[in-house]
Design a binder for this molecule. Structure first.
Ligand SMILES: [Zn+2]
Length: 329
């Protein structure tokens, strides 16, 4: 099986988190910003644990200071992603990192990102959509401008609202205002939960934020009733196994619950989250799922079909992308 060539749908990536380290180093050099401390001897991103990962991530983001930076970033990321067979990618984009939550600035950054996405679609055949993201550890108040930015720019490119960042900051209900604002604007919703917070965080996220998808969600496996509820409601999990292994949210690939969740009826999908941080690619994720659990072409096909059905894009895009999942004639 050629894992690289399988056409893939990826629902859970963070745009800045996909930044190749060399790209960030280049920007830092252009701007004389010293972030040498975030890299290891081989030039990769270096961090000790999840909290340190968040601070290294934010340090890398200090080099991204203009819409032009984000245009270049988006193109670099889509080139890398397309090289792993991804035909459709949703990426979290954050007004906090794009103009500090200011709506006018956000629109400028967004126009640059969208411009690069259009160029990549034409050149590389990969479609990208954006999910505006509040950063949880910045607190509930800071998520409100992000939701406002989502409501004001929801359309053909911005197709969702979500929340990322430190999951253990507050409870999901503390962030209900932002999610309500986005929902009232008709925006599909997702939220990171159950990467660290266990089943109660997943259950409260479903109850209080009324999301269609959950980022990670693997903590649900500890509660069989919750797993049944997720399956019944058709809530889709954006599972990122390699990320979970590197950040030690699970003890290793063999302990990852992705197939247990699937076999319990949950719709699971596969994504890379922040691939260069976690030394992964979509090709590597598929290879490890095959090696660890024996996943075959039929399994990957089912996961990609589940992902496309759960994608936040419009139906015209969904139909167009579906054709790219079919084997070449
Ligand atoms: Zn994530």
């Amino acid at each position: 099986m050629n894992f690289n060539e399988i056409p893939k749908i990826e629902l859970h990536t963070h745009l800045e988190g996909c930044a190749p380290p060399a790209f960030i180093r280049g920007l830092a050099a252009e701007k004389s910003i010293d972030i040498s401390g975030i890299f290891d001897a081989d030039g990769g991103y270096a961090f000790r644990d999840f909290d340190h990962f968040l601070s290294v991530y934010e340090a890398a983001c200090t080099t991204l200071t203009s819409p032009e930076d984000f245009r270049r970033l988006t193109m670099a990321v889509l080139e890398e992603t397309a090289a792993h067979g991804v035909v459709y990618m949703e990426s979290f984009v954050s007004p906090d990192f794009c103009g500090g939550g200011d709506l006018a600035a956000w629109k400028d950054y967004l126009a640059a990102i969208e411009d690069a996405a259009n160029e990549a679609e034409e050149k590389l055949g990969i479609t990208m959509k954006g999910i505006v993201t509040g950063i949880r550890h910045f607190g509930p108040e800071a998520c409100k401008p992000a939701a406002k930015c989502a409501a004001e720019t929801f359309g053909s490119f911005i197709t969702g609202y979500g929340m990322a960042g430190g999951e253990m900051m507050g409870r999901p209900g503390d962030y209900a205002y932002s999610f309500d604002m986005a929902r009232e604007a008709g925006i599909p919703l997702t939220c990171h939960a159950g990467e660290w917070g266990g089943p109660s965080m997943v259950a409260e996220t479903i109850r209080d934020l009324k999301v269609a998808r959950i980022g990670h969600g693997i903590g649900a496996i500890e509660d069989a009733d919750l797993v049944a509820e997720i399956a019944d409601k058709g809530i889709v999990l954006e599972v990122c196994p390699g990320s979970n292994v590197v950040l030690k949210a699970v003890n290793g690939w063999a302990d990852h619950p992705i197939l247990k969740l699937r076999d319990a009826g949950v719709k699971v999908t596969v994504s890379t989250d922040d691939p260069p941080f976690f030394h992964t690619t979509m090709t590597a994720e598929y290879e490890m799922l095959h090696k660890t659990f024996g996943c075959d072409e039929a399994d990957f096909k089912a996961m990609n079909e589940a992902a496309l059905a759960a994608a936040f894009c419009d139906d015209e895009t969904r139909t167009r992308v579906a054709k790219r999942l079919e084997p070449a004639a």
